[in-house]
Design a protein around this ligand. Structure first.
Ligand code: ZN
Ligand code: FE
Length: 252
């Protein structure tokens, strides 16, 4: 049995996810800035939300936590160090903890860099990684509270242990602009060129309002294998190299 994953478009380019254990119909919400589309999705799917999960405390990933917690009567999880700043926080997680959604299990990875309390949820059996604003398709998050060393540790050491067919569910639909930068940084990378072309085709169908987006215009999920071939940050040779690429992207 498997983990069903709905992608819910929120704000202007955020992804919120609803994860359901198909055996028990118990579900978790990942990174919710808006409650209404999540409640509508959960009701349409007929699931029982038992966990509200956040990857980090930024408002565009967590603003709706208190409202969803009230509506579903569910606890709110985030890194233990974010107890005082994650909206709705009730349950602290640390590296190596697990979260059980029905019969599906996620491992928690502590990957600070974008923020100092950033975590990822890894469903090993379902091959699904929820990595917030640390790893994006074709890019990585800005270093608001961390250093290039920390991002290198996250992308090139911790996530390096996961298999190529691990699906990557990130926090934003930034793939097209990220790959445009990747093509600029690695002009001879054929995998980047091919994926950019494919992604441009997908995004050309985009609805005027992201809230109306359908699966046909979403470039997520990617896979770690694709990121290893196309993402300049995952491909960085060292922390210094990653820092240079990050600085170039910040002014691209
Ligand atoms: Zn963020
Ligand atoms: Fe964000």
């Amino acid at each position: 049995m498997s983990l069903r994953i709905e992608r819910i478009p929120t704000l202007s380019d955020n992804y919120t996810y609803l994860l359901t254990c198909e055996e028990t119909q118990e579900a978790a919400v990942v990174d919710a800035p808006e409650a209404a589309p999540v409640i509508a999705c959960a009701e349409a799917a007929g699931v029982r939300v038992t966990h509200i999960l956040s990857t980090h405390h930024h408002a565009d990933h967590s603003m709706a936590n208190p409202e969803l917690a009230r509506h579903f009567g569910a606890p709110v999880y985030g890194h233990a160090s974010d107890a005082d700043r994650l909206p709705g926080f009730t349950n602290g997680l640390e590296e190596g903890d697990t979260v059980q959604v029905g019969r599906q299990q996620a491992r928690v990875l502590f990957i600070p860099a974008h923020t100092r309390g950033h975590i990822a949820y890894v469903f090993d059996e379902a091959k699904a990684l929820f990595c917030g604003d640390t790893l994006f398709a074709g890019g990585c998050g800005r270093l608001f509270e961390g250093t290039p060393d920390m991002m290198y540790e996250a992308l090139c050491v911790k996530l390096a242990d996961l298999p190529d067919d691990m699906r990557v569910f990130c926090g934003h639909e930034y793939t097209e602009s990220n790959l445009a930068f990747a093509a600029h940084t690695e002009p001879d990378n054929e995998a980047v060129r091919e994926k950019l072309e494919r992604v441009r085709g997908v995004r050309a169908k985009a609805a005027a309002d992201w809230h109306d987006a359908t699966a046909a215009e979403m470039t997520i999920p990617s896979t770690l294998g694709e990121e290893r071939a196309t993402n300049p940050f995952v491909r960085a040779r060292s922390a210094d190299d990653l820092g240079r690429i990050r600085a170039a992207k910040d002014s691209f």
